[in-house]
Ligand binder design. Structure first.
Ligand code: HEM
Length: 177
């Protein structure tokens, strides 16, 4: 293990035009972005060659293992795999997210991406790529909507009460006249 990824740059005329057509094994699509398949990433599961996938991005974190404040072990457990969930479960800081950039090597191939993750990327409500924050946002939105509905319902009840009072007063006036 620990072998190099074969990088075969694609020439402009023969190369794929979008990442869904890009071939695997670190092949470049237009724009110079490299795409790796899940199988490619799996090969980098050693302590001297450690890759991770977080939010469909591929990171070579070999040099970071010893620096990780959460310890080397937790990273090695995820070596060569998708660590998005564990990364988000810990609730890493903004600093930790920014650190990721230094280890970026490419993108996970479109065909290996999970539906849910792709949806998070496309959802304009999401300002981070965090699955946790996606869920939290939806729960709080649901909470807000329930509050609005309850408020509307209370207003409606008050409105109906007022109408009833108006009707009663009007009827009394009519009976007296
Ligand atoms: C390459 C990706 C990662 C980076 C750059 C990173 C970075 C960091 C940083 C900077 C901290 C300090 C606290 C903070 O600022 O949030 C931290 C803490 C931690 N990380 Fe990571 N981390 C990565 C991946 C992971 C993964 C995949 C796991 C779990 C499997 C993990 C588990 C932890 C834990 C448990 C702590 C807490 C340590 C503590 O508070 O005692 N990290 N990480």
């Amino acid at each position: 293990m620990g072998e190099e990824v074969t990088e075969k740059p694609v020439s402009a005329d023969s190369g794929p035009t979008d990442c869904s057509k890009a071939e695997v094994n670190g092949e470049k699509a237009d724009g110079g972005v490299k795409y790796y398949s899940l199988e490619d990433v799996k090969e980098h599961n050693l302590s001297n060659d450690t890759w991770l996938i977080i939010h469909d991005k591929v990171y070579d974190i070999t040099s970071f293992l010893e620096e990780h404040p959460g310890g080397e072990e937790v990273l090695l457990e995820q070596a060569g795999a998708d660590a998005t969930e564990s990364f988000e479960d810990v609730g890493h800081s903004k600093d930790a997210r920014e650190m990721l950039e230094s280890y970026y090597v490419g993108e996970l191939h479109m065909s290996d991406r999970k539906q849910e993750t792709t949806k998070q990327f496309m959802d304009p409500m999401v300002d981070t790529c965090s699955g946790g924050s996606y869920r939290r946002r939806h729960v709080s939105l649901l909470f807000l909507r329930t509050q609005v509905l309850l408020r509307d319902f209370t207003l409606l009840q008050a409105h109906l009460g007022a109408l009833e009072m108006f009707d009663q007063t009007f009827c009394k006036l009519n009976t007296h006249s």
